[in-house]
Design a protein around this ligand. Structure first.
Ligand code: PLP
Length: 375
């Protein structure tokens, strides 16, 4: 067997993530690796933290980039906050909500599940009714942007309801951060996690997370230790704070953090609200073109994510054949359906650097061609 360097093709990533990474972010990755306790690197980590506070719109001190993907961010929120005697309400309207439920079950806590319709936002009235029936509930968890369906839930309203019942909130913002309105402090979110590879358009493998003061109090007053050593935020925080003085916890992914720094810098330069607006404008353009092709959206208009567009595959069209054609002929990736939508829908991402007019024009033209040839 002979081996050679792996040189990937230049794809256009319009699936559910990872999204296209800009040349600036890719070149940041190739900068010289320095020690993760080098004072210059520590200074850059401080900037990553404050840029993340900007992206999340929070002044939470415990805001950092976890050295692991979004799934670890999810797990970090659950294992740090929840103990087996807690009751947790999970609003589940897609694949990622079901992973939240799985986390609660594995901790051994009591799960109260609100099963919503896939392709719809979480229903605030069901949350209110459930909390009324479960005064013992301590936490409410939901996915802001459900990537498996393309539905956007009203995080502000859901947090308001949770607060009325004195519950802390755990919010999945993997696909929402940088792509649509998200205001951690104003909405009173207590624990939130995201991913580097969606609307931040960075390389995969990092999870931005943030915990409110109330959440930190819960962590401090735990009666049993956090079962995961690696995800124990009281230890990780010693690594991410300390004003220039760091306690070794693990070796940070140095170059990936250069990339995250660069990606957050471009978000700051563009301005958060401008980025949200751009995603919406690009969605409107794509939605118009998809309608002209006769493709129907899964999610009602007022509950749709701009950054993840889920459309039904027309009858008689071979899902895999179409996606393979787009990849082979156009170097264009769109996403397959996930969970209940496997084989039934496509997921077209407009995330971060990928949310651009030229990508939309190419995607629509390529889809038009392939739909005409395969039907
Ligand atoms: N939550 C949501 C909403 C996601 O879309 C994803 C990934 O697509 C995850 C969690 C898990 O993130 P990762 O794949 O980075 O572990």
């Amino acid at each position: 067997m002979t081996y050679s360097s792996f040189i990937p093709p230049q794809r256009i990533l319009m699936g559910p993530g990872p999204s296209d990474v800009s040349p600036q972010v890719l070149s940041a990755l190739a900068r010289p690796t320095i020690g993760h306790l080098d004072p210059l690197f520590v200074g850059m980590m401080d900037e990553v933290k404050s840029l993340l506070q900007y992206a999340f719109q929070t002044s939470n001190e415990m805001t950092l980039a976890l050295s692991a993907p979004g799934s670890a961010g999810m797990e970090a929120c659950f294992v740090n906050l929840i103990t087996p005697d807690d009751t947790v309400v999970v609003c589940q309207n897609g694949v990622f909500g079901s992973r939240m439920s799985e986390n609660v079950k594995r901790i051994g806590a009591k799960l109260v599940l609100i099963e919503g319709e896939w392709g719809r936002a979480v229903d605030p009235e069901s949350l209110d009714a459930t909390l009324l029936q479960h005064p013992e509930a301590k936490f409410v968890a939901f996915v802001h942007a459900e990537t498996s369906t393309g539905a956007r839930s009203d995080a502000k309203v859901l947090c308001e309801i949770a607060q009325q019942y004195n519950c802390l909130t755990i919010v999945d913002a993997v696909t929402s951060l940088g792509g649509c309105e998200l205001k951690v402090d104003e909405w009173g979110i207590d624990a939130i996690y995201s991913g580097s590879q969606k609307c931040l358009s960075c390389v995969p493998g990092i999870s931005p997370i943030s915990f409110s003061e109330k959440a930190i109090e819960v962590i401090k007053h735990r009666k049993i230790p956090i079962q995961s050593w690696f995800l124990d935020q009281s230890l990780v925080m010693g690594y991410w704070s300390g004003k220039g003085k760091r306690a070794y916890h693990h070796t940070a992914p140095v170059n990936s953090l250069y990339a995250l720094h660069e990606a957050l810098l471009s978000l700051k330069r563009e301005g958060l609200e401008n980025a949200w607006k751009r995603h919406q404008e690009m969605h409107d353009l794509l939605a118009k073109g998809l309608a002209e092709l006769g493709l129907d959206f899964v999610v009602p208009e007022n509950e749709r994510l701009a950054q993840l567009n889920t459309v039904y595959i027309p009858q008689g069209i071979n899902d895999e054949e179409v996606r393979r054609y787009l990849l082979n002929e156009y170097n264009l990736e769109i996403g397959a359906g996930l969970g209940k939508f496997a084989g039934k829908a496509w997921r077209i991402g407009l995330m971060g650097y990928g949310a651009r007019k030229e990508n939309i024009a190419l995607c629509l033209a390529a889809l038009k061609e392939v739909l005409a040839t395969t039907s």
